[in-house]
Write a protein of this length. Sequence first.
Length: 161
Amino acid sequence: MLLGRVHFESGFLSSDWRLRSSRGAIASFRRYPSLHLSRGWIDRTPVEIKPQGWGTVVFFEEGREMGRIIRRSWAGRRWDLVGDGFGCELVSEPLPRHWTLRIGGQPIAHIAGTPLSYNRLRVQADISVPVWALALVWHVVVRPWEAAAEPRTLRPVSAPR
């Protein structure tokens, strides 16, 4: 569970991402854009984020589903986030590159990219949010066109080291 300020960061055009807090690294991820998925580690636990049909992305921890995010609007501006004891809505705000997580219509976390890109995604959570939930948000916000469609040409990827 994460509370307060955290951020995802990546180098320009890099597929490697880190989730950090003021105390240090929390997780690391690698995006595989041609496969529409991400793999990584959270506290030495292997995780995978991958699409499951049109507009649904699932988070797996050691092969077990922890949660999913489901697209609720054609433009991808509204998503439902559900799983393992937590549920909320991800909503795009009118400001470019700004999103909120909401429960019962009330914001519980604010998410913002930088003015020109999503190479850094800042999160301010007012209540505790599971790491898997923020990883799903990151996956669909940073490169939404990768998460929007079911991949039709999947090819195997080597297991994370």
